[in-house]
Design a protein around this ligand. Structure first.
Ligand code: PMP
Length: 427
């Protein structure tokens, strides 16, 4: 106990001390036999990437020292080349690209650099949970707008495409106080890949109200069924107001390396550099060198069958289909994701399995996820964790699974679900 007569913590920490991952990572570590909770692959990173790291480790000894603060030159150069191709515009590696400690630090730099006391930031629900505390820590006010589910009438499985923004509702969230909108496509947790029409609507509103767009595109390569990931920065009037965020962790299945980046106009990035130079300053050189080599390879193989950015989504689409089938077979209605390695399933049929906890106001999906990991050994994350306090209670019938897992892991999950179903039908 600290003996001080006043609070030791800064006011900016008020109300942001809770974090879903701390609790659920611990539960999964204690009870899970199969962990489809937290979002990272349990299969190895590709050999070409690991080999690049090993080469860097034993190569030029200067790779063990600091490198350029705003990004190791080989990495910002190849990222600029790559994004020139994707965006169809010339980029300066020194001013239009910055390397960060994962996409997480990229997000932190955006909010700290661009959001002021009193600014409003529009966040589309459900959302990657760190956006809300990061906006608040910057002194801003998050304004939430939900994707609304429209169940298909033909009895088909729901798709993440069936979750849509209401155009009038979205427009109503913009005000003179709106500074930025956070877009996450493909979206964690739903796996929604925003369509050109949806992005056009968002872009139009951003331009009309002179609002910035923080575009979290860490799952840009994980898109299925031939769908296309469209970059909002490529739409009319958007380049100058958009920061694109990416992650080598998601791109190359190496989340532990924590290499991320931002791409955008110098007018925005110059302020992100100010935050970066006053907080983190340097990112691990060897990891940046290896990621640069990974991108060199991908630049050479761009669009070809051997490209990791072609192979990884192909493999993951198969894994998605397996998990969709296993969940559907036991009556956990899956919402088929168009992208990412997440899948949200409807658990409303399972209410009788989960005992009521007296005197608890814990939502059903939290109770379900805790009960499932303790009693079935299967870990997943309650969906309402990805909603604001005000809207949580409307979305307590879903949980999120991650399917970036080895075949054996997915098979073990399927076995648990099958056994569970047998117990249900025999009781
Ligand atoms: N944005 C989204 C939408 C994510 O899902 C994640 C990781 N779960 C991140 C950002 C953070 O990425 P990184 O590991 O590169 O910091």
């Amino acid at each position: 106990q600290t003996k001080m007569s006043r609070p030791v913590q800064a006011r900016r920490l008020e109300g942001i001390d809770k974090n879903i991952w701390v609790e659920f990572v611990k539960l999964a570590a204690t009870y899970s036999k199969v962990n489809l909770g937290q979002g990272f692959p349990d299969f190895p990173a590709p050999d070409f990437l690991k080999e690049a790291f090993t080469r860097a480790l034993g190569g030029n000894h200067m790779l063990h020292q600091y490198t350029r603060a705003f990004g190791h030159p080989p990495l910002v150069k190849v990222l600029a080349q790559f994004f020139e191709k994707l965006l169809g515009r010339d980029l300066d590696p020194m001013t239009n690209v910055m390397v960060t400690v994962g996409a997480y630090q990229a997000l932190f730099c955006c909010f700290q650099a661009l959001v002021d006391e009193g600014d409003e930031v529009i966040i589309i629900e459900p959302f990657f949970d760190c956006y809300e505390p990061m906006v608040k820590m910057a002194g801003g006010t998050p304004v939430f707008v939900p994707l609304r589910p429209n169940p298909p009438k033909d009895g088909k499985l729901m798709s993440s495409a069936d979750w849509q923004l209401d155009a009038a509702e979205l427009a109503s969230k913009f005000s003179e106080r709106t500074k930025a909108l956070v877009l996450n496509s493909p979206n964690n947790p739903l796996g929604k890949v925003f369509s050109r029409g949806e992005l056009g609507l968002i872009a139009e509103l951003c331009v009309k109200h002179d609002v910035l767009c923080i575009s979290d595109e860490v799952y840009e390569w994980l898109v299925y069924d031939g769908k296309q990931h469209i970059r909002i920065a490529s739409l009319q009037g958007m380049w100058d107001r958009t920061v694109i965020i990416g992650s080598a962790g998601k791109t190359f299945s190496a989340t532990g390396w924590k290499v991320g980046w931002v791409v955008g106009p110098d007018g925005l990035l110059q302020h992100l550099r100010t935050v970066h130079q006053n907080s983190v300053y340097h990112c691990a050189t060897i990891a940046q060198e290896a990621v640069a080599q990974g991108f060199q390879r991908e630049l050479m193989l761009y669009g070809k069958p051997d490209s990791y950015f072609v192979q990884l989504p192909k493999e993951l689409q198969q894994k998605r289909d397996w998990l969709v089938q296993s969940l559907d077979a036991v009556g956990m209605k899956p919402i088929v994701p168009e992208g990412t390695y997440f899948l949200v399933a409807d658990i409303s049929q399972f209410k009788s399995d989960v005992p009521d906890v007296p005197n608890s106001d814990e939502p059903y999906d939290y109770r379900f996820a805790k009960w499932m990991v303790k009693n079935k050994g299967l870990a997943a994350i309650p969906l309402s964790a990805f909603y604001s306090e005000a809207h949580k209670n409307n979305y307590t019938n879903f949980i999120r699974f991650c399917f970036a897992k080895e075949e054996a892991t997915l098979k073990a999950a399927n076995d648990i679900l099958q056994k569970w179903k047998q117990e249900k039908t025999s009781s």
